[in-house]
Design a protein around this ligand. Structure first.
Ligand SMILES: Cc1ncc(COP(=O)(O)O)c(C=O)c1O
Length: 232
């Protein structure tokens, strides 16, 4: 095993906590006063529109949490790959899925919810995200796998080009968990655009906080199963 010269930071880096700048309470009050306190309303429409514009995708749909967005993304990917499933089974029943091994558990839990089996892919030390070398190795062992779930941790995009080209070579779909990287770019493009299904989160400890969490369709991806307008 390679030895790394890891030096501790001089100053502790804290997990981010939300900062408010004044306008937030205005929008909360507006939603309250106009009685749009539900899963629809002008503010949610606007957030969906703005996120799609910012990320550069066609559509974004708000759900209750990044966790829900990832679950929906994973389910849709499973249905697209393996077709209709029995009512008491998940869309990934009996299928293996390659997943980032260092991430928040909401990245990988949906694989289990959908009856699949996560095969964890090791992390590389440049970006702390999925190692493309390990991913390629995993395809040698399990060539039948058709779904990869990747996360970009701490606002740092992973090795997207390498991972996308491996996915293409093996005819696999990607669910991109950009929960922690909304606003981060890779070669000039926003994260949250690189997967076939992409999720971001507005949880208070992520980069931007709102009360909506989004799922997006990938750039130029074929629109199927009605997922051009996913809603929950
Ligand atoms: C990498 C990652 N994925 C998914 C999530 C889940 O998002 P949420 O808390 O909005 O459900 C988080 C939460 O912060 C996260 O860090």
């Amino acid at each position: 095993m390679k030895d790394f010269d890891v030096k501790p930071f001089e100053k502790k880096v804290w997990l981010s906590s939300p900062t408010m700048h004044g306008e937030e309470i205005q929008y909360v009050t507006e939603a309250y006063e106009t009685n749009w306190m539900s899963t629809v309303g002008a503010n949610i429409n606007e957030v969906e529109k703005k996120v799609a514009e910012k990320v550069g995708c066609k559509y974004a749909v708000a759900l209750s949490a990044g966790t829900a967005a990832l679950h929906l993304a994973t389910r849709l990917a499973g249905e697209r790959l393996y077709g209709a499933h029995k009512p008491n089974e998940g869309s990934l029943q009996g299928h293996k899925v390659f997943c980032s091994d260092m991430t928040f558990d909401a990245t990988v839990n949906p694989v289990a919810y959908e009856g699949g089996e996560a095969v964890f892919i090791d992390t590389e030390c440049d970006t702390w995200n999925m190692d493309p070398v390990a991913l390629e190795k995993a395809f040698e062992i399990y060539p039948e796998v058709r779904l990869i779930v990747i996360a970009h941790l701490y606002g740092t995009p992973g090795k997207i080009d390498e991972i996308r080209s491996i996915a293409k070579k093996h005819n696999a779909l990607i669910v991109e968990d950009a929960a922690e990287s909304f606003g981060a770019t890779y070669k000039g493009k926003q994260t949250g655009i690189f997967g076939d299904y992409n999720a971001i989160s507005f949880n208070g400890n992520n980069i931007v906080l709102t009360e909506a969490n989004l799922i997006q369709r990938g750039q130029g991806a074929e629109l199927r199963h009605g997922c051009n307008e996913i809603a929950a």
